[in-house]
Each structure stands twice: as C-alpha cells, then as structure tokens.
Design a protein around this ligand. Structure first.
Ligand SMILES: *[C@@H]1O[C@H](CO)[C@@H](O)[C@H](O)[C@H]1NC(C)=O
Ligand SMILES: *[C@@H]1O[C@H](CO)[C@@H](O)[C@H](O)[C@H]1NC(C)=O
Ligand SMILES: *[C@@H]1O[C@H](CO)[C@@H](O)[C@H](O)[C@H]1NC(C)=O
Ligand SMILES: [Zn+2]
Length: 326
C-alpha cells in the first residue's frame, strides 16, 4: 500500500472528521480522558447549543410538507474511479480515488436551498454487545449508522464551508440487524481486513452505485430534518442533517466484522479494536426537528387533544357497564 499518490482528497477530507484541534480527541472506548465529555475542552464549539447527534422524539416532530423528495444525482451510476476504503483512526471511510471524482455525486431539493456534492461516507458502530448509532429514535439506539457527507457547491473548500451555517449536508442512515447478509455490503465488509490499522487504505476492486447501499428508493422520502453539527471535533455547527426513517438491513455477522476487524491508533504496542466510535445524543435546546411530507409521526397518547373528547363518552360507557342493571 503506497502512501504516495494519496490525492488532495485525502489530505483535506479527514478534516471533516478529525479537524486538527491541537489536542488529541478520542472515544471513551480508547481512553475516557479524551472521550466525548472532554471534547469541549479541546474545542469550545463541542459545548455549543446546536450539537449533533440528537435523540429524535417522534412525538415532538413538526410536519413540513415542503420537505419532499430529495433529488439524488449520480447515486444511480457506478462512478468512473475506484472506491477507496480507509481507516482514519476514528472510523472507516469511503471516498473516490482522485480528487474530483466525488463531484459526480450531488443532492438537492428536499428542502435544501442549494446543491451539495458528496465528499465521503463513513460509519459509527458499537461493540459485540451494544448498539452504536449516534442518532436515536424515540430513545432507541440502532446497531450502526452511516453518514454521507456533502458540501455546499457554493464553497470551494471544507474550510470555507465551515464558515457558513448551511455549509454541509449530511445524510444519515440507521442500520438494523437482519438474518441474512446484505450482499451490497460484501465489498466493504471484505475490505475491512485490509485496513486493520490507522492510515491503511485499499482501493476496492469492484465498483458500485451509492444507491445500492441505501434502503429502497421508495422509502427515501421519509426523513427527519434538523440543524446541527459535525459529531466529532471540531463539532462545527454547519450541518443540515437528514436522518432517514427506513433502516438499512445488514446481518449480525457483517456488523460484527466492523467491531472485530479494524483498530484504533496503536498506543505503544497495544492494538485496540475500534468499537463504540459514536457520540451520545446532545441536548436539543431551542431547536426543532421537522418530519418530511411522508415521514411517520407518532402521536403521544398523553397530549393528543382527541383523548379529551373521547374520555367523557368512554367514562360514561364504563360507568354504564359497571353499574349494570339494578
Ligand atoms: C453534480 O453537480 C455538478 C455541479 O452542478 C454538475 O456538474 C454534475 O453534472 C452533477 N452531477 C450529476 C450526476 O448530475
Ligand atoms: C439494538 O438494536 C436492535 C435492533 O437491531 C434492537 O432490537 C435492540 O433493542 C437495540 N438495543 C438497545 C439497547 O437499544
Ligand atoms: C486484501 O487482503 C487480502 C488478504 O487478507 C489480500 O489477498 C488482498 O490482495 C488485499 N487486497 C488489496 C487490494 O490489497
Ligand atoms: Zn459521522
């Protein structure tokens, strides 16, 4: 594996994830002393009011019927270059070899005012015994989460995009364990053993459309939208988040491959498995979470106004029943 020819893509892209902060940040599974609760000491932004991930409480969503179909450009074409899989020390990341390749993949519409171009995608996962998604839905954590990071095409660089509240758009997909392998993930799962250590990368032999990795297209109009941040330092609050309702199905053994194959950066001679590389939900504060036109909203039985209208007749009925013929 030559480090030569490591394109500009790779010099700049990991900045989205690890944004040079001076101090070294990590997850609690590596060392609680530099874990998420200390990130704000490295970077004040991590203690801000618009942080990600969040718990999505489906009883408190606001419906926005302007949140219609997202237009996915280039998601249905096998890209001309090769997919490059990399261990950046915090996650497993995929991008396209060659700096301009990802420019073929964009998203727009679905309530996004601008066009955003895909930069890379990566994963967050748990352990053999615990789930590891970053976003939770109604307090429920999923086994894994994928983030496809896009940058507003108005901006020339990630540094520039980070200066604007609409600089980045991240698509988030939750994973659910199923009984059978998801064959669309075979190439990625097989590649994990080639990127066991930090800095390793491998160009995958077979190419594929990004579409193949996602849930059925018909399900993609169901999503939740809010404004937040990167989930790793520097925690820049410049991300328009889209969290899809429909999970991606993947087998337990494919999930386990992430947990058992790749490692965090070595400290001395100890190699630590890369596990629990997720940040916990952050306070929503004054923010609102919107449901897309087609997303499912659950109604709280406690607060639903209809219950107040239903209750008196129901009570009357019960009293009627129990008083019986006398
Ligand atoms: C993505 O957007 C760029 C810039 O607007 C455009 O040149 C390119 O053709 C788009 N890709 C697709 C697949 O439409
Ligand atoms: C972990 O995710 C699975 C779904 O794959 C779910 O059945 C289980 O309840 C989750 N565990 C927790 C603690 O949320
Ligand atoms: C990945 O690793 C396997 C052995 O585990 C090896 O056979 C294969 O050539 C490697 N692939 C690349 C592209 O380096
Ligand atoms: Zn992420």
């Amino acid at each position: 594996m030559r480090m030569q020819g490591l394109g500009l893509t790779f010099i700049t892209l990991p900045l989205v994830i690890c944004a040079a902060t001076g101090g070294q940040w990590c997850y609690d599974s590596q060392d609680p002393k530099c874990g998420p609760s200390h990130w704000k000491d490295f970077k004040a932004t991590c203690g801000g009011d618009n942080q990600s991930p969040i718990n999505i409480d489906r009883r408190r969503l606001l419906r926005d019927s302007n949140l219609g179909d997202i237009l996915f450009e280039g998601y249905d074409q096998a890209p001309p270059g090769k997919w490059r899989l990399m261990n950046d020390g915090h996650t497993v990341m995929m991008s396209l070899e060659g700096e301009s390749m990802m420019e073929h993949i964009n998203i727009t519409s679905g309530g996004l005012r601008d066009k955003y171009r895909a930069l890379q995608f990566h994963f967050h996962w748990g352990s053999l015994t615990g789930n590891g998604s970053e976003h939770t839905i109604d307090g429920h954590q999923y086994p894994m989460e994928m983030h496809i990071v896009h940058m507003n095409v108005q901006y020339k660089s990630i540094a520039e995009a980070k200066g604007h509240p609409n600089g980045l758009a991240v698509l988030s997909f939750l994973f659910k364990a199923s009984d059978t392998d998801n064959s669309n993930y075979n190439t990625i799962v097989a590649g994990l053993k080639n990127i066991s250590r930090e800095g390793d990368f491998v160009d995958l032999s077979s190419t594929f459309c990004l579409d193949n990795l996602l849930p059925d297209t018909a399900q993609l109009s169901k999503y939740y939208r809010y404004k937040g941040s990167l989930t790793t330092p520097d925690c820049s609050e410049v991300v328009i988040w889209t969290v899809f309702e429909e999970p991606i199905l993947i087998s337990q053994s494919q999930l386990n491959a992430f947990v058992t194959t790749v490692h965090f950066p070595a400290t001395g001679s100890t190699l630590l498995k890369m596990t629990n590389n997720f940040r916990s939900p952050q306070p929503l504060k004054n923010r609102k979470v919107y449901a897309s036109r087609d997303a499912t909203i659950s109604h709280s039985p406690m607060c639903s106004p209809s219950i107040h209208f239903l209750l008196p007749p129901l009570l009357a009925l019960l009293i009627d029943q129990f008083s019986g013929p006398s």
